[in-house]
Design a protein around this ligand. Structure first.
Ligand code: ADP
Ligand code: MG
Ligand code: ZN
Length: 496
């Protein structure tokens, strides 16, 4: 249940950090890679040694700009870098190079959808800026409070990040989860980040406040709490729901909400105070003197915009126009490799709905069990199309096709090879089926009589007998049709 606060509107804005997948770091030539031995991917620039200068990575600029364009932002032709100063052992320079008053991208928007694929609302994106990541502290012990010490790994120091700042347009933990999901989906189409919240390549801070009904002041004047470093979609929702309840309870008791930064404890499901307003950081931002303003040609920005792939909103509409139900379209849309698979199979087969049905039921089940994705499915799209074509031709029943698909999946066989090897093809040859139907009619005179006397149910028995004689391989439609045809013929006198 979403947390409620009687007499108040829930106001939420998210700040999302996304690590960019680039060959090198943002301001030096060190490799940008996860999992290398501690401090092996470092140099005087990202170690913050004196006397060195940062050089901006153009690959990171392009990826950040494409993210902005995909989220409907304006990309500024001139943006600039600023120093954000604070002291922490994972920040060797004593400042982070970020963007303050002139971020790379501004004024975007993102439509969000619920789990069934229904449109919920459009959230405004205030800005996206480019900045460097800090290093990582590894605490020796279970938790910071009783750690014997901490070791610093600077492999991550200087890795390019984008920070995507929303307007406070969200109003529940659930909406925040939908927003993050939609954001991750859009970015996944651009292939600019791993987007793994558990590994920290996507991290979220949530700002939460309660606005009294009838409040006339600005949102900026509401006391708000920032919950830092939420590391899964579920925890974003849990932390916000808890925080809304906590604030509502305080307000109901006549207590004030303190402006503060809070953490989230995964185990207890509670937020806890980390830093109050009095201890708040004053970052003393000032322009980065070692980097010139970042200038981009309008033609370059236009070229990036033009080269964007079809994005989720468009793909979603396309899938619905092809006849897919909203919830099925939504499942496909959230996975670009599923969309690519679907398109290829649809093109080869010609009909969209059966492709989606097979992908989301039998194929999805096989992929899940094998821990694979559509991108490396052992049954390529053209072979799924070939299988579906055999159903249409009457070669396979739906039940047989499931069996064939499993065989194709396990052995990497083509539909044709699997059908041949399993010997499962359906008998649709009318002459052959007619022989069996005639034999059944001859053997079951009593049932035939019942049917002719108007007992419709008798037909099912006769169909069953034909299926039995053909070991289930006769095409049931043809069997039904021929039985009806032959049974409606006038009774021939016996002996003639
Ligand atoms: P700061 O400069 O302290 O980071 P900003 O005004 O830039 O604060 O806002 C940071 C985030 O807080 C944004 O995502 C914004 O949408 C959100 N935010 C602003 N006002 C509120 C509020 N009253 N309640 C919840 N979130 C808010
Ligand atoms: Mg902030
Ligand atoms: Zn370096």
């Amino acid at each position: 249940m979403a947390a409620k606060a009687v007499g108040y509107d829930v106001i939420i804005g998210l700040e999302v950090h996304v690590e960019l997948k680039t060959r090198t770091k943002l301001f030096c030539g060190c490799e940008n890679r996860f999992g290398a031995p501690p401090n092996s991917l470092t140099c005087p620039v990202c170690l913050g040694l004196p006397g060195v200068l940062p050089v901006l990575n153009q690959e990171a600029v392009a990826k950040a700009a494409r993210a902005g364009l995909a989220l409907g932002c304006t990309v500024r032709e001139i943006s600039k870098f600023d120093r954000k100063q604070y002291f922490y052992p994972d920040l060797p320079k004593g400042y982070q190079i970020s963007q303050y008053d002139q971020p790379l991208c501004e004024h975007g928007q993102l439509a969000i959808y619920d789990g069934r694929g229904n449109y919920v609302k459009t959230v405004r994106i205030r800005r996206i800026h480019l900045e460097e990541d800090a290093g990582k502290l590894n605490h020796l012990g279970q938790r910071l409070s009783d750690a014997a010490g901490s070791l610093v790994d600077l492999n991550r120091a200087g890795v390019p990040l984008i920070e995507i700042v929303s307007e406070p347009d969200l109003s529940s933990g659930e909406e925040a989860r939908w927003y993050l999901n939609a954001l991750r989906t859009v970015l996944s189409y651009l292939d600019i980040s791993d987007l793994r919240m558990e590994e920290g390549s996507m991290r979220c801070d949530a700002n939460v406040s309660l606005r009294p009904h009838g409040w006339a002041g600005s949102l900026g004047d509401l006391p708000r709490v920032e919950i830092k470093n939420l590391n899964s979609l579920r925890n974003v929702e849990r932390a916000i729901d808890y925080e809304v309840e906590r604030q509502a309870t305080r307000l109901a008791q006549g207590l004030k909400i303190e402006l503060e930064t809070r953490g989230f404890d995964d185990v207890s499901g509670r937020t806890y105070s980390q830093r109050s307003k009095e201890e708040a950081h004053d970052y003393r931002y000032f322009p980065e003197p070692d980097l010139p303003p970042l200038r981009l040609e309008a033609a370059q920005i236009a070229a990036w915009a033009k080269a964007l792939p079809p994005l989720p909103d468009r793909v979603r509409e396309e899938l619905k126009a092809a006849g897919l139900e909203a919830k099925d379209a939504e499942i496909l849309v959230q996975d670009p490799s599923a969309v690519a698979y679907f398109r290829a199979a649809w093109e080869a087969y010609g009909k969209a709905v059966p492709v989606a049905n097979w992908m989301l039921s039998d194929l999805a089940r096989l992929l899940n069990a094998a821990k694979r994705g559509y991108g490396d499915a052992p049954v390529p799209p053209a072979e799924l199309a070939a299988l579906l074509t055999q159903i249409d031709r009457g070669v396979l029943s739906g039940r047989m096709a499931k069996e064939v698909l499993e065989a194709m999946f396990e052995r990497g066989e083509s539909a044709e090879a699997a059908i041949r090897r399993l010997g499962v093809s359906q008998i649709s040859d009318e002459g052959r089926i007619r022989q069996e139907v005639e034999a059944v009619i001859g053997e079951h005179a009593k049932v035939v009589e019942d049917f002719r006397a108007g007992k419709e149910k008798a037909l099912a028995f006769l169909v069953g007998q034909v299926m039995k004689r053909t070991r289930g391989q006769a095409n049931p439609e043809v069997v039904n049709r021929l039985l009806r045809e032959l049974l409606s013929e006038p009774v021939r006198p016996s002996g003639s």
